[in-house]
Structures are given as C-alpha cells and as structure tokens.
Design a protein around this ligand. Structure first.
Ligand code: CA
Length: 230
C-alpha cells in the first residue's frame, strides 16, 4: 500500500486515559489522519456501530463497557472494521481473549506512536483482500467476507486468521515457512514464532477441530502446510 492511500485514514480512538488519548490524537492528526475520540466503551460502541471508520484503536480497560465486550458486540453486529487493541497487560491470556473476541492486532502499553501507525497500516493492507475465492479440498476462503467454508459450514475468521489461511491456501499443498506466514499476517510490524503458533492454533480450532480430518499440518522447525491427509 502506498503512502498516499494510507494518509487521511479515519480512525476511531476509544481510550479513557486522557493523556494517552491526547498523544495518539495529536500524533495521528499531525500525520494527516482524521481522529474521532470516545472516552468510554458504551459511547465508543455506539460510534463504532454508526460506522465510517477505516480502523478502530481500542483500549482494553474502559469504563461502562470493556474493550473485549465492545469488540465482541461489534463483531456480533457483523462489523468487520479492523480493530487494534491496546492494553497494559502483556499476558498470553489477554491476547487470546482479544483475538477470540475479534481483535485483529494487539499493542502493549507503553508503545511508540510510530509503531501504532505502522500496525494500523498493516491492518489496512491486510484488509484489502484479493477479491478471490481460494479453495483446497473441502476448504474454501473468501477474503472479501473474511470467511472460510468447510463441508457446508461457514466459519468467520479474524483478519489475522484470514491472512494466514490465504497464505496457506495459495501454496497448498506446499509448505509455507514460518517467516512467510509471519510476513503475510503481520507484515513489516513482524511477530515471533510463538505469536504465529498461537494464531495457527486458533485457526485450527476453527477450520480443523470440528471436522474428522485435519487439513493444517505443522512441519516441525520449518512451517505449516495445508493438505488433505492420505
Ligand atoms: Ca484504560
């Protein structure tokens, strides 16, 4: 994605800490983006449901309605807008819960503002999709609706899960390395193999676990491949 298409982003910032909100707001506006701010979860959800935003920057701990519940309700209402969650709590459990509720990425406070902007760019780039349905065996993926389909069952994915499945399907049944998967899902923002493992685990829970035969296979120390078992 070029610089030109990511300036002038419309960002909804839902953050109750005034100093943090003011910093983010100032920074993003100076970078040419349009920022709308809400200081509590209930107002934030109403604003998010009203729509018109390219991305939502969402604090986890909020008065009136916490970030996880806000995200859950937003996704339950069918809104696919990218969500970047902010939190002071750097625990695996919070990350998993955030992703389970439909957050697309996660940033731990304190963070550099440039990092925030970089992550937002990745989310928007990832969200463009390819407008193409990818299939292998019983599994199909549609980037436009962020959904997979297997044996007649429709499976909603997060943007991150969609990016991983997209990369696996494009190469299936070939092996896709850890590095390529990280690049496909996180871009230049990067991630470690533990974060990748976590996401692939979540993806397998959705597209493999409910079915008789697994399609996504780990290739120890190398990567993952999507293939039908012999
Ligand atoms: Ca907070």
């Amino acid at each position: 994605m070029t610089e030109a298409t990511t300036t002038g982003m419309r960002v909804l910032l839902i953050e109750d800490q005034r100093d943090i909100a003011a910093n983010i707001w100032d920074f993003l506006e100076r970078r040419g983006h349009e920022v709308d701010h809400c200081g509590d979860g209930a107002t934030g959800l109403a604003r998010a449901l009203a729509g018109g935003f390219d991305v939502i920057v969402l604090d986890l701990g909020l008065p009136r309605l916490d970030g996880l519940e806000l995200c859950r309700r937003l996704r339950a209402a069918g809104r696919g807008v990218p969500v970047l969650m902010l939190t002071a709590r750097d625990t695996l459990e919070d990350k998993l819960r955030g992703f389970a509720e439909g957050a697309d990425d996660y940033l731990v406070k304190p963070f550099a503002l440039r990092e925030l902007e970089a992550r937002i760019r990745v989310l928007l780039r990832r969200g463009r999709g390819h407008g193409q349905r990818l299939c292998h065996g019983p599994l199909a993926y549609d980037a436009d609706t962020l959904s997979a389909e297997r044996e007649g069952r429709r499976i909603a994915l997060t943007r991150l899960q969609g990016a991983l499945l997209d990369a696996l399907l494009r190469e299936a049944p070939r092996i896709v390395s850890h590095e390529r998967l990280i690049d496909a899902a996180w871009g230049r923002a990067g991630a470690d193999t533990a974060a990748l493992q976590t996401q692939v685990y979540e993806l397998r829970q959705l597209v493999d676990k409910p079915f008789a035969r697994p399609l996504i296979h780990a290739v120890r120390g190398v990567g993952y491949r999507l293939m039908e078992q012999q």
